[in-house]
Design a binder for this molecule. Structure first.
Ligand SMILES: [Zn+2]
Length: 232
């Protein structure tokens, strides 16, 4: 059994209340310490093979604040994580109407350095971050191929894990993702996963900015059962 916990933006100060996808650096530190009461898997494969209830930490989109704010906390708390990046966004600064401000994305050099460190694996979030179910067959294959080859060229290895943009997937998208060579893929469907869960339809929960360490511990306990030390 494993639970995948998702983050997007990590910011230095207190995030605005309405920004659901933002957590503060201090909050992330609290969360990492809370999660460390369970084993935190280094990769999605390791989580699928784990015999005890395990946590996986993921960050979506590849924002520059991952390197500036999240990575120092992950290093300090020795929390392994997977970072999903869309190749079409790499190095760009984009005005995002949903947030009402410009979002900066990590550049190639930063992503390469992050992936070289054993703590964080960079994996694929597609190329253009479009919802995939609306694409025609050829467009879908091309979108997956662009993300895969772009990331492979950057990292010097094949990406093996995929994150559906907006969690948007159906049977056809899942089949195309398998055909593109991915071992696992994550959705935005709330829930935990058993070792037998379909590898290309993994559930995740989104970490919320207002959750204290104790709130997160309660959530993890509800999904995974008591922390490792409590079961001894
Ligand atoms: Zn995304």
């Amino acid at each position: 059994m494993f639970l995948i916990v998702t983050y997007h933006h990590v910011v230095p100060g207190r995030p605005d209340g309405h920004r659901k996808l933002f957590v503060s650096r201090d909050r992330l530190r609290e969360h990492c310490l809370a999660m460390s009461a369970w084993p935190v898997a280094t990769t999605l494969d390791a989580a699928r093979a784990a015999v005890t209830p395990t946590v996986v930490v993921t960050f979506d989109d590849g924002y520059r604040n991952f390197a500036d704010e999240a990575l120092p906390v992950l290093a300090e708390t020795r929390t392994p994580a997977t970072l999903f990046a869309s190749t079409g966004k790499i190095g760009h600064s984009v005005f995002e109407p949903d947030y009402g401000c410009v979002q900066h994305y990590l550049d190639t050099e930063a992503l390469r350095l992050i992936d070289k460190d054993d703590l964080v694996q960079v994996e694929s979030h597609g190329h253009s971050h479009r919802p995939l179910t609306g694409l025609g067959d050829q467009e879908l294959a091309a979108e997956l191929a662009a993300g895969t080859t772009g990331l492979a060229a950057l990292l010097g290895r094949q990406p093996r894990h995929f994150c559906y943009p907006y969690g948007d997937h159906d049977d056809r998208v899942v089949a195309a993702t398998a055909a593109a060579g991915y071992q696992t893929a994550v959705t935005c469907i709330d829930g935990n996963n058993t070792g037998a869960a379909p590898a290309l339809r993994l559930c995740r929960i989104a970490a919320e900015a207002q959750w204290t360490a104790s709130d997160l511990r309660s959530v993890l306990t509800a999904y995974l059962g008591p922390a490792t030390w409590e079961r001894r």
